[in-house]
Design a protein around this ligand. Structure first.
Ligand SMILES: N[C@@H](CCC(=O)N[C@@H](CS)C(=O)NCC(=O)O)C(=O)O
Length: 215
């Protein structure tokens, strides 16, 4: 059985988990905190980042590396074949992994939910507000990219998994896109989140979220 190592609330761990579920690739989860200095973990993930992945052939880290490997190991499925469509999917994956991660996770989720648990003090509201103020810029861009159920072509691709995963963290913080202002984006995100793969991921992380947010 393959193993996905990381913390369930990480958008990058969720990205791989949803991918595995969409592909019906069996796996078990092992908890690991981000930035871990566990020497055994560092052998698999030298930067200490999550996720990492192990099966009978590899021990690797980085969500994009893991998924690229799985596409070759288990057959190409969620990266489009056409050059133009592939470029668009890769760009949207990159946008999610960089811009969305910086604003949604580093700027909002981490200071609002993770840091207070680690430090025992209240959230840095001014820092969070500075990132909340940047949300419209990202929502406007994504609204311009959505035209229907999927971001690229007429079926699920890596772009959908990557872009919607950080929206889960944003919802936990109480900042989903307002449907009155970003109707296509709000409807699109809700549609992808209704997929069984996302529902399963959310169920798996619910207990940890309750514990961290003190609910
Ligand atoms: N490019 C990496 C990014 C992974 C990442 O930044 N994970 C965060 C948690 S969401 C982490 O492990 N941070 C700890 C650190 O940077 O030391 C991927 O796609 O997997």
């Amino acid at each position: 059985m393959s193993k996905l190592v990381g913390a369930a609330l990480s958008p990058f761990v969720r990205k791989v988990r949803v991918y595995l579920d969409e592909r019906n690739i069996g796996f078990e989860s092992e908890h690991m905190v981000p930035g871990s200095d566990d020497p055994e973990y560092r052998k698999i993930s030298p930067l200490g980042k999550i996720p990492a992945y192990q099966d009978d052939q590899v021990s690797i880290s980085d969500s994009s590396v893991i998924i690229a490997y799985l596409e070759r190991r288990h057959g190409a499925a969620l990266y489009p074949q056409g050059a133009v469509e592939l470029a668009r999917a890769l760009w949207l994956e990159e946008y999610a992994d960089s811009a969305q991660f910086e604003v949604f996770i580093v700027g909002i989720f981490f200071p609002q939910i993770v840091a207070p648990v680690m430090s025992g003090s209240g959230p840095d509201l001014a820092a969070i507000q500075a990132s909340v103020d940047r949300l419209p810029e990202l929502f406007d861009y994504l609204e311009s990219q959505v035209s229907g159920e999927f971001l690229v072509g007429d079926s699920l691709t890596i772009a959908d998994i990557s872009v919607v995963s950080p929206f889960v963290n944003l919802e936990y913080c109480g900042y989903p896109p307002n449907p009155a202002q970003w109707p296509r984006l709000a409807n699109y995100v809700a549609g992808i989140m209704r997929r069984p793969s996302f529902r399963n991921a959310l169920d798996a992380e619910a207990a940890m979220l309750r514990k961290m947010s003190g609910r």
